[in-house]
Design a protein around this ligand. Structure first.
Ligand code: DGL
Length: 273
């Protein structure tokens, strides 16, 4: 049991993504640390980040981090692989608080594969970054790593079109070539894809392992807060606040569909960034 009576910091945790993908990370954080207060920011107006430059993404990360600091957050989670691989090092050098990122789970995939072939589904941008190349070089070992850019999935998930024909044919076109090349492990390298993990698993079949990273991120954050005596023990169920740079009404529908803590939805309050 990690919590102790000595560790007490009821300030909120800030979490952000280009859109709704990071809600999957927030769900894991909520499950792991129900006492914590959460502030989730979706930069909806700028989604997908995958089409933007490093500089633009960094400027948004810095702006959102400043806004979160105005809410006195004790830690920030960059719940986006694209933003993490683009500029988390720069963000950490500019902001003096714990900043946790999310990267494709190459390491657990290499441990899981039996065929020695893994497939990584991610935004085209994530797969092109030096940070991703470095991650693959560090952890792939003898495994063959197949890269599958999925340019259209983020926006389909933003519109909650999980069961559409377009989604179905996109997934077929991304997953089948990976399986044909012997992949037995698929890495979900974008937080949005956690919301279609079941569809991906069904398409890939029971022999294929799906690697998600949101719970590992939540546990890493928990460990970090514990080490710094910043875990909260005050609230039985911490408050969750949702903020968007886009249309608040649309965001409310998205949060209603994707946020797992139904108790929070009764008083759901959406704010504008
Ligand atoms: N959820 C983001 C990620 O994990 C989406 C990136 C984007 O907006 O392009 O990569």
């Amino acid at each position: 049991m990690m919590t102790s009576v000595d560790s007490f910091d009821s300030r909120p945790i800030g979490i952000f993504d280009s859109g709704v993908g990071g809600i999957s990370v927030a769900n894991a954080i909520r499950q792991c640390m129900p006492n914590e207060q959460l502030i989730y920011v979706a930069d909806t107006i700028n989604a997908p980040y995958g089409e933007k430059s490093d500089e633009f993404i960094y400027q948004r990360m810095a702006y959102i981090s400043q806004r979160l600091l105005q809410h006195d957050v004790k830690a920030i989670v960059v719940a986006c692989n694209t933003a993490t691989t683009a500029a988390i090092a720069r963000l950490r050098s500019e902001f003096n608080l714990p900043i946790i990122g999310v990267e494709p789970g190459i390491k657990p995939a290499v441990l899981a594969t039996k065929t020695g072939v893994i497939g990584v589904l991610a935004t085209p941008r994530t797969l092109k970054t030096p940070a991703f190349a470095n991650l693959t070089q560090r952890f792939s070992g003898q495994a063959k790593v197949l890269l599958q850019p999925c340019p259209d999935l983020v926006l389909q998930i933003e519109t909650l079109a999980f069961a559409s024909k377009t989604m179905d044919s996109s997934l077929n076109s991304y997953i089948k070539p990976l399986l044909n090349q012997g992949a037995d492990t698929l890495v979900l390298g974008c937080t949005h894809y956690n919301f279609i993990a079941k569809q991906i698993a069904v398409k890939a079949g029971p022999e294929v392992t799906i690697i998600r990273t949101e719970m590992a991120v939540a546990k890493c954050l928990q460990q970090k807060l514990y080490m710094e005596s910043k875990l909260s023990t005050e609230h039985p169920l911490g408050q969750a606040v949702f903020i968007t740079s886009g249309d608040p009404l649309l965001f409310k529908q998205q949060v209603n569909a994707l946020w797992q803590v139904k108790a929070d939805l009764a008083n759901l309050e959406i704010k504008s960034l």
